[in-house]
Each structure stands twice: as structure tokens, then as C-alpha cells.
Design a protein around this ligand. Structure first.
Ligand code: CP
Ligand code: NVA
Length: 305
């Protein structure tokens, strides 16, 4: 593995290997016998957008593995404004052992990777969120035993998180369903590609407009904010379009028994997810947040160890 930019750049075997590694690292850490697998290594963390989980989990992952992380705020680097993305990448490569970046345009991540002589990790772009995706797959494995054969239903915006979940689910043989308002569905070419993955993994990818129909038999219900970072101007219009797509107790009651409810967070409680569900018995949202730490340790070790 050279970089970690999106799940689709890796085979199902690679992803399963990362999940195994994450489970081992998590177990060792919980037993108090975590190993300093990245002793003396450094990670630059470049942010164009705000973050709680990505920033803190990468920072703690590096510390707990014996290395160090350096937070670079949007004001500091001004990626592509103060200097070109290519030059930022070339310069950082001379100082650190790895670069994690959260950007708007996915092309900026690709550009960073193109000019870096160290591994680059995508900490979220407008197109996808592979670190979240890996942590989500880990959470599904832990709660439901495996990803294969699970009916994973995404309710809401066909955004970066939905897209990543679809590819992860399709690669690992899940029955993936997305329910979105017509103007916010996942792109046709992405669905085509995911269906190709599903064909070889024994999975399935379906779009169902009606959330009540979509959640029938769901083992996993997943939702995310209706307004992603950078879309704040559209918030009001989106609130109206997505009103029918709230994950609430009556929607969850239509799913399979023991269905888990997931959200990458931050949640807009009362919009895409109610308090009752977020804090209810089906919710695994804080396990997901914790698993960012363990999944990312696996990515860091695979790339920089
Ligand atoms: N889920 C996630 O990436 O959270 P942050 O935006 O807080 O990093
Ligand atoms: N879709 C959200 C995810 C935040 C972690 C966003 O891009 O803002």
C-alpha cells in the first residue's frame, strides 16, 4: 500500500487485511500491551475544514504508536493559495514520514499524493471519506460478525460518506441500499462501479426512494448530515428536501431485529437523527467514533510501519 486515498484503490483482500490488523491492534491496546509500531515517526495533518474525530484520533493514534503528529490548520498552510499543492507536498515530504489531509476538492488529495515521497492519507474530501469507511466496516464486523451478507441501508444525502460506505459494502459482499431524495442520489457512474464490485463479491447495490421501504430487513441503518461541510448556504433548502428522511424510532422499528444504527458524526440531532435513536439501544455511533482510532492505526502501520 502506497497511499490511502479511497477504498476503491484497494482490493477486498487489502481491506480485510486492514480490518484484521485493526482488530489485533485494538485488542493489544485494550489489554495494555499496545506496541510502539511507529516509534519516532511523524505525521503532518493538513486541514482545510474543521474536525473533532479525525484530528484527535490521528493525533492519539500517532502518540499511542510511539510517534508524533503535527496539526496544520486551514489558516496556516492555505493549501493551493499561499503556495501550490504540489509544492506543499514536496516540502512536507522532506520533513515528515506521512501526510494526512482533509480537503474540499478530491483533486487536491490526488495532487498531494502525486508529488509526495511519503504516504498520503485522505482524511475526508468532498468525494469520499475512506478512514471513516474503514472504521465503519470494523464496527459492522464487531457488532454483526461480518460485512458480507449484511443489508446495509443508507438514508439521506448521497454524499462522501454514503459513497464510501457503498463501495466498502459492495467490495465486501453486502446488500447495500441507498434511500435519498431524487435530487441527492448517488451518481450513476458510482453506482455502476459499485455494482461491478458487488458482482464479484456476491453483494448487491440498490436505490430505493422511499426510506420506509428501504429499511425493511436492514441489519444496518446509516445516516449522515443533510448538509456537508462547504454546503452551508444550501442548509435551509436541504432541510426541506430531506424532511422525510429522518432516522427516528418509527423508521428503525421497520428494520430487522437487532439492527444497528450508525452515523459518522457530527450529528445534527433532531434533523437526520433523533435523540431517541442516537441514544437508544440500536445506536453504535460512539463505537464508530472510537473505531476511527483503531482503524487509522492499522492504516498508519500499513503505510509507515
Ligand atoms: N466523522 C468525522 O470525520 O468527524 P470529524 O469531522 O469531527 O473529523
Ligand atoms: N458528509 C459530512 C461528513 C463529516 C464527517 C461532511 O462532509 O461534512
Amino acid at each position: 500500500m502506497q497511499h490511502f486515498l479511497s477504498l476503491t484503490e484497494h482490493s477486498a483482500q487489502d481491506i480485510l487485511h486492514l480490518l484484521d490488523l485493526a482488530l489485533t491492534i485494538k485488542q493489544d491496546f485494550k489489554m495494555g500491551s499496545g506496541k510502539p509500531l511507529l516509534q519516532g515517526k511523524t505525521l503532518a495533518m493538513v486541514f482545510q475544514k474543521p474536525s473533532l474525530r479525525t484530528r484527535v484520533s490521528f493525533d492519539m493514534a500517532m502518540i499511542q504508536l510511539g510517534g508524533q503528529a503535527l496539526y496544520l490548520s486551514p489558516q496556516e498552510i492555505q493549501l493551493g493559495k499561499r503556495e501550490s499543492v504540489a509544492d506543499v507536498s514536496r516540502v512536507l515530504s522532506r520533513y515528515v514520514d506521512g501526510i494526512m489531509a482533509r480537503v474540499f476538492a478530491h483533486d487536491d488529495i490526488l495532487e498531494l499524493a502525486k508529488y509526495a515521497s511519503v504516504p498520503v492519507i485522505n482524511g475526508l474530501s468532498d468525494l469520499n471519506h475512506p478512514c471513516q469507511g474503514l472504521a465503519d466496516l470494523l464496527t459492522i464486523v464487531e457488532h454483526n460478525g461480518s460485512v458480507q451478507g449484511q443489508r446495509i441501508v443508507f438514508i439521506g444525502d448521497g454524499n462522501n460518506v454514503a459513497r464510501t460506505l457503498m463501495f466498502g459494502a459492495a467490495l465486501l459482499g453486502a446488500d447495500f441500499v441507498a434511500a435519498s431524495p431524487e435530487a441527492y442520489v448517488l451518481a450513476d457512474n458510482d453506482i455502476k462501479l459499485a455494482r461491478q464490485y458487488a458482482e464479484s463479491s456476491g453483494g448487491k447495490v440498490t436505490l430505493i426512494g422511499d426510506p420506509m421501504k428501504a429499511v425493511k430487513g436492514a441489519n444496518v441503518i446509516y445516516t449522515d448530515t443533510w448538509t456537508s461541510m462547504g454546503q452551508e448556504m444550501e442548509a435551509e433548502e436541504r432541510r426541506k428536501s430531506f424532511a422525510r428522511y429522518q432516522v427516528n424510532e418509527s423508521l428503525v422499528s421497520l428494520s430487522a431485529k437487532d439492527c444497528i444504527v450508525m452515523h459518522c458524526l457530527p450529528a445534527h440531532r433532531g434533523e437526520e437523527l433523533t435523540d431517541q435513536v442516537a441514544d437508544g439501544p440500536n445506536s453504535v455511533i460512539f463505537d464508530q467514533a472510537e473505531n476511527r482510532l483503531h482503524a487509522q492505526k492499522a492504516i498508519l502501520v500499513a503505510l509507515m510501519g
